[in-house]
Design a binder for this molecule. Structure first.
Ligand code: FES
Ligand code: FE2
Length: 440
């Protein structure tokens, strides 16, 4: 089904100003359209430049159901090419990451070879193609690059559809959140470290992404995990606390804490929860590191970098960032009820090892499906995916702190618990779903 057949009026009726229709999470038809339109028209996070530090390094990644090769070419440039042989469509690379042995990509099927910029370089039985239409055809042009690619402070993003917003216009004022994270390194550089924690969550990706900015749920969803941690902490008495306690105990804060931490929405679905403070604000002092950061960035910037630790920043629709600890989650939808979530951690180049320890501990503690925290969430995402099918009520309520005119103001401050952060995601959803729609 095309988007035109589906109709912009129907899209608009599914996303109302204070609620969204359950079909957004349940309809396979919408999921297919969403892959092509929403994920095609917006900018998705592909990976980090440190994953391909040297020429010939590559990784493969799937965005909107399309397989991409992200590589560093022989001149050191980062490129993203569709992983689809120009001959008959075989994938050039089927492993997750690696290093090319030469300066070419060679298809394993009939040995067509491509330069690292995607250009067709060689193919067997060349004389058999003389006086044919190959070179005038798209197949003669080689591997297709993504429509647009942008690397922002080593964060690699791509847009797949030719029509869509330019990078800076799309992310706008949310980009300084990446700066805040990168500037935690005295040399302004992060490196992926410690591998990736990848889990398959049996829910629609939007349920996961909503939860990233949901600061009301910890008090109830994670109550038992916090209680257990509090009990262990009491038993330890004056013994020094392991890192995990510094991270898990703040989840037990009261509603007033989460409300007071503040939030902000930006155009195009992006948002920050925890603009004033967050569960990450109380992490211990780091001595010499503070002085190193002041020397590198100046006192004012160092203060700003160290004091701002938002709970989560969403770079809609694929990326959730925590500036401290330095960890990100990447949301990769694979089916209407299946989402791959990746948690990656960063080494803060020039910073203390403790920062990486914090990131790794946090990921294990909170993002791993085996953790004491994430299984609470996963249980609820899966139960939502099932529960939404039941009963006559077709709506998911997003009414908290709703005001009738709020959509007029695209950048706005909120409380830390406002559902404006989610409503803002759905407004962007409707906008980018219908961006290229040609009305009949
Ligand atoms: S499919 Fe790649 S060379 Fe034939
Ligand atoms: Fe949670």
């Amino acid at each position: 089904m095309t988007l035109e057949q589906f109709g912009s009026a129907r899209i608009a009726s599914l996303v109302q100003s204070d609620k969204v229709h359950k079909d957004l999470y349940l309809s396979e038809e919408l999921f297919a359209l969403e892959q092509r339109e929403l994920f095609g028209n917006t900018w998705s996070f592909l990976g980090h430049a440190s994953q391909i530090a040297d020429s010939g390094d590559f990784f493969t990644v799937e965005v909107a159901g399309q397989s991409l090769i992200v590589l560093r070419d022989d001149k050191g440039e980062i490129r993203a090419l569709h992983n689809r042989c120009a001959h008959k469509g075989a994938q050039l690379l089927t492993v997750e990451s690696g290093r090319l042995t030469g300066r070419f990509l060679r298809c394993p099927y009939h040995a067509w070879s491509y330069r690292l910029d995607g250009a067709l370089a060689a193919y067997p039985l060349r004389s058999g193609y003389e006086n044919t239409g190959l070179m005038a055809c798209e197949s003669g042009r080689g591997l297709s690059p993504v429509a647009d690619l942008h690397v922002y402070r080593d964060f690699i993003f791509a847009r797949l559809n030719a029509d869509g917003p330019a990078f800076d216009a799309y992310f706008g004022d949310v980009l300084p959140t990446i700066d805040l994270m990168v500037d935690r390194s005295p040399v302004g550089r992060l490196e992926i470290a410690g591998g990736v924690l990848r889990s398959v969550v049996h829910c629609n990706w939007k349920l996961y992404l909503e939860n990233v900015n949901d600061s009301v749920h910890p008090a109830s969803t994670h109550e038992s995990a916090v209680r257990a941690a509090q009990a262990v902490a009491r038993d330890r008495g004056s013994e020094p606390m392991p890192l995990a306690f510094e991270q898990i105990l703040p989840f037990g804060e009261r509603y007033e804490f989460f409300e007071g931490m503040g939030g902000r929405v930006f155009p195009n679905g992006h948002s920050i929860s925890g603009t004033r403070f967050s569960v990450h604000s109380g992490y211990g002092n780091l001595g010499q590191y503070v002085q190193d950061l002041q020397a590198a960035h100046g006192e004012a910037r160092a203060k700003q970098v160290l004091e701002q630790s938002p709970q989560n920043t969403v770079l809609y629709p694929s990326l959730a960032i925590k500036g401290s600890p330095q960890t990100i989650r990447v949301i990769r939808p694979v089916a209407v009820d299946r989402t791959v979530v990746e948690a990656w951690n960063f080494r803060t180049v020039g910073g203390p090892d403790l920062l990486l320890d914090r990131a790794l501990t946090y990921s294990r503690l909170v993002f791993s499906p085996m953790s004491v925290v994430a299984h609470d969430d996963l249980h609820l995402f899966e139960s939502q995916q099932k529960g939404l099918r039941s009963g006559p009520n077709p709506w998911v309520s997003l009414h908290r702190e709703h005001t009738p005119d709020e959509a007029k103001q695209q950048t706005a401050e909120t409380s830390g618990t406002s559902e404006l952060l989610m409503r803002n995601q759905y407004r962007a959803w409707a906008k980018f779903m219908t961006l290229n729609m040609k009305e009949a």
